[in-house]
Design a binder for this molecule. Structure first.
Ligand code: NAG
Ligand code: NAG
Ligand code: NAG
Ligand code: NAG
Ligand code: NAG
Ligand code: NAG
Ligand code: NAG
Ligand code: NAG
Ligand code: NAG
Length: 799
């Protein structure tokens, strides 16, 4: 009898414990494994933690992220040391809540919300349900909201933060975003996502935006990635094999069962697979994406140098004459302590051996001596320094290359790097004393959130009155903070815009600005595959060509901005200058410098080009393309080189246009399967397209060869002469001819009226025919083309 009452009591207490709403914090053995309607977890009760059933591998609850600041998170229940919880998901990482009166509640309506200090909703699942709903934590770490029929209304696996768990699908709409720093869980600068070309990549989105994984110096296919599978899905299996639809895969170093694993985008921008045996063990790295941490963009911020120290990791240091912007945060980099004038005799260069800065060149100059390179940088006020290195060629000697820099980003020191950076500094202040070198700081900034405690024993009346006063004060504070935030925000965006304008005048335009500039898009000056081009006058009186893209919503604003600003930074005298872009709603526009003499196509047909001009245009175009290829950002294969895309400025200086964006544009507009066939223009397209072979930079070389043939012969590649394509006809004429001059006479553009330089025609032909070789490996690179043409130029000058 007594026993039965006791057991009934036990049952009741167990039942009570399972009741979702816990009023009192009971003994530590109590656990909650399910939260139902109209119940909540409070930040104030340490036991208000949801535990996964049956083994309790994961827990979910409020986690302290700062002084009196909490985030609702999911973590591994077992930690190898007190306070070192492994967080795998966070709901409100960017809006931590107060340590008093904050809670996560499952509302009657079926919505799950987190309220800050009992007042503001900082996060919600935005779900609705008429029937009963339950919030469960599954054994795989998925926090899941189900209705009574078992239908899933919401799950944390669909909105990951910086961690992917085994069995969690990573799909096209998801991204992993790193945390800000080791101690700060709010959103940081690094992002893993599927790009518009179906490739899984890592992006640095700090003050500058750039992709750093897969290696931007490689084409997707060179990095082993495929752009053809548009399912955009990736998955880590419990054994430690990760595979992605772009053909990327890896196997964990400790492949096998009974191991816990997490794939995490760490705050330092590296993505790592961690594993541990079940139990209170430390996590060990069993795979990582970047073996050289200094290749991660933005890792040390601008104007600093990253060096890799084995067993320690990266080590950041400021360039000489610079100091850390914020002593606790390397990602902000360093600021200049000296003032540079633009006066030649007051400026000097400081050599930094084996130091490389990646990107942000305004051109690359082959066969430039040190003196020429120095002069080039001195002449340009914006030049912050230059990279100087020798590159091996077929020639007996290596050729010096010069890369002047507009910004000093992604700097790293490596003994293996054969090249030096020359930093522009004022003459007076040399030599610099060695600036301090700082290790990576993990100092956690305290959040400034003051909370006035309610007096516990006060009367009801007093509490109410007090609450009203506190509420009013808080509202005031919030108002002040909001205004401050707005101001800071405006200032900072204005600052970055100025910054852009200063460096290479690249910026974002508003739609209304461009409407005004083009007088409502009234003057159309061109029309291409990608969109319509209008002439416009900007508010600063510069004349612009404004291209309005057809496939307006082909990609998200952030990705569009990332790609456009990368392209905007490709700065070379033979590329059209992009001044900026506009991305508003579905509108995507590009703003270029206006070119007085239109396109090469127009000039060829109107016969306005002398032989000398044609040759200069050939050289300039080759230099522009060589620069594009040298920079090797994978989307900057041109893929549509043709006379219509070579524009001429007031001095007939050629500017290659329409690069970079032509790729995503056409891809976005068409089904993925057909995209390989629609790239480029008939006649100029390399045979690889037709035969579905690997596409490399050699497709541009082929098209360039066709353009050269057209410039020499005056005949377009689709024209037929004696029933043959131009290439075939030219080759036949060459064979038939006996003397040199006779074949030249047969094929040269009759519009030139015999006014040409035979020697140069010969070299141009030689180059053109090499470029249009059927076998892509037989074609020269654009760099080699430039060299061949320049060699000719030098030789004829000597004569
Ligand atoms: C957590 O682990 C790190 C690195 O192993 C250690 O430095 C830190 O002291 C630990 N934190 C706590 C609270 O134990
Ligand atoms: C695309 O990738 C997915 C996932 O890796 C795979 O299941 C599918 O078969 C692939 N599709 C094609 C056409 O290769
Ligand atoms: C993994 O990647 C390699 C190299 O790209 C590829 O050959 C292999 O087929 C891939 N394996 C799977 C299962 O996708
Ligand atoms: C970082 O680099 C500086 C200079 O190269 C060196 O003095 C310092 O010891 C390095 N830090 C570590 C932790 O190795
Ligand atoms: C740089 O110029 C600013 C104002 O133009 C001046 O306040 C500052 O002292 C100068 N710094 C040095 C190192 O000359
Ligand atoms: C630099 O040259 C200018 C004019 O040529 C002269 O006025 C100035 O004093 C020179 N400055 C130095 C530091 O030599
Ligand atoms: C580099 O330039 C020098 C003269 O400036 C010239 O003699 C040499 O042939 C050039 N080399 C190449 C590969 O163009
Ligand atoms: C984390 O970093 C963000 C962004 O820099 C900052 O606003 C926030 O105060 C930081 N939080 C903590 C706890 O340091
Ligand atoms: C925290 O904020 C309050 C009010 O906004 C301010 O008066 C106080 O100086 C701040 N404290 C710190 C350390 O910034």
């Amino acid at each position: 009898m007594l026993l039965s009452i006791f057991s009934k009591l036990m049952a009741t207490s167990v039942f009570l414990l399972l009741l979702p709403l816990i009023f009192f914090s009971s003994s530590s053995s109590s656990t909650i494994d399910r939260l139902s309607r109209a119940s909540s977890l409070s930040v104030e009760h340490a036991d208000d933690v949801l535990t996964s059933r049956p083994n309790g591998i994961f827990s979910a609850g409020f986690f302290p992220v700062g002084d009196n600041a909490y985030c609702f998170a999911v973590w591994f229940s077992e930690s190898y040391s007190e306070g070192n919880r492994t967080i795998v998901w966070m709901a409100n990482r960017d809006q931590p809540v107060n340590g008093r009166k904050s809670e996560l509640s499952v509302l009657k309506s079926g919505n799950v919300i987190i309220t800050d200090a009992g007042r503001f909703t900082v996060w919600s699942t935005d779900t609705v349900s008429d029937s009963a709903v339950f919030l469960d934590l599954l054994e795989n770490g998925n926090l899941i909201l189900q209705n009574s029929e078992g239908g899933v209304l919401w799950q944390s696996f669909n909105s990951p933060t910086d961690t992917l768990l085994p069995q969690q699908l990573f799909t096209k709409d998801m991204k992993l975003v790193s945390s800000r720093s080791q101690g700060n869980f709010s959103s940081g600068f690094y992002k893993l996502y599927f790009g518009d070309d179906n490739v899984l990549r890592l992006l640095y989105g700090g003050p500058e935006i750039s992709v750093y994984w897969p290696d931007p110096e490689l084409m997707s296919w060179e990095a082993g990635r495929s752009t053809y599978n548009s399912s955009r899905i990736a998955f880590l299996d419990p054994l430690g094999f990760f595979s992605s639809s772009d053909n990327f895969n890896f196997t964990s170093a400790d492949y096998g069962e009974r191991v816990q694993r997490i794939l995490k985008l760490d705050f330092d921008g590296n993505i790592r697979l961690y594993s541990r045996n079940y139990g209170m063990e430390k996590w060990t790295v069993s795979w990582q994406a970047m073996s050289q941490p200094c290749r991660i963009h933005g890792t040390c911020g601008p104007n600093s140098i990253c060096s890799y120290i084995p067993n320690f990791g990266r080590n950041c240091s400021c360039l000489q004459g610079f100091k850390m912007r914020d002593r606790t945060d390397w990602s902000l980099g360093c600021v200049q302590e000296f003032n540079l004038t633009c006066t030649r005799n007051e400026t000097s260069f400081l050599k930094l051996s084996n130091v490389e800065f990646f990107g942000y060149d305004y051109g690359f100059y082959p066969n430039y001596t040190f003196g020429m390179c120095e002069n080039l940088c001195l002449q340009t006020c914006d030049c912050k320094g230059f990279q100087f290195k020798f590159i091996k060629h077929n020639h007996p000697d290596n050729i010096p290359y010069c890369y002047p820099k507009t910004q000093l980003l992604n700097g790293h020191h490596s003994p293996n790097f054969q090249g030096d950076l020359y930093l522009k500094v004022p003459k007076k202040t040399l030599p610099f004393q060695e600036t301090g070198l700082y290790c990576y700081s993990t100092v956690v900034k305290q959040l400034n959130r003051t909370y006035t405690k309610h007096p516990e024993n006060a009367s009801q009346k007093f509490v109410v009155r007090f609450a009203i006063v506190v509420g009013a004060v808080e509202l005031g504070v919030i108002f002040v903070v909001w205004c401050f935030f707005l101001r800071v925000h405006q200032n900072s965006s204005a600052e970055t815009q100025n910054y852009y304008r200063m460096t290479n005048s690249f910026r974002k335009f508003t739609l209304s600005e461009l409407k005004k500039a083009t007088r409502g898009f009234s003057e159309e000056i061109g029309r291409g595959a990608g969109g319509v081009v209008y002439k416009g006058v900007l508010s600063d009186h510069r004349i612009a060509a404004i291209k309005r893209l057809n496939y307006a919503s082909y990609q998200g604003e952030a990705e569009f901005q990332a790609e456009v600003s990368t392209i905007g930074k490709l700065n070379h005298i033979n590329l059209t200058e992009m001044w900026g872009y506009c991305a508003e709603g579905k509108h995507r526009l590009l703003v270029y410098k206006y070119m007085e003499h239109g396109s090469l196509a127009e000039q060829l047909s109107s016969n306005a080009l002398s032989w000398e001009k044609r040759f200069e245009i050939a050289v300039g175009t080759a230099k522009g393309l060589a620069y594009l290829h040298e920079e090797c950002l994978e989307w900057v294969l041109h893929c549509d080189v043709k006379p219509q895309n070579i524009l001429l400025d007031s001095n007939y200086q050629p500017k290659v246009s329409d690069f970079g964006l032509s790729w995503p544009l056409k891809r976005g507009g068409q089904a993925n399967k057909s995209f390989s066939k629609i790239r480029g223009t008939r006649g100029y397209m390399a045979p690889e397209w037709v035969f579905n072979l690997t596409i490399t930079s050699k497709v541009d070389v082929y098209s360039y060869g066709m353009v050269l043939l057209e410039m020499i012969s005056g005949k377009g590649p689709t024209e037929e002469i004696e029933n043959r394509r131009v290439v075939t006809w030219v080759r036949e004429k060459m064979k038939q001819a006996t003397g040199m001059s006779s074949w030249i006479e047969m094929i040269i553009d009759p519009k030139l009226d015999g006014k040409y330089d035979k020697c140069r025609v010969e070299i141009l032909f030689e180059v053109a025919l090499k470029c249009v070789a059927e076998d892509k490996d037989a074609r020269p690179t654009m760099n080699q083309v430039v060299e061949m043409l320049l060699r000719q130029e030098n030789d004829s000058e000597l004569v």
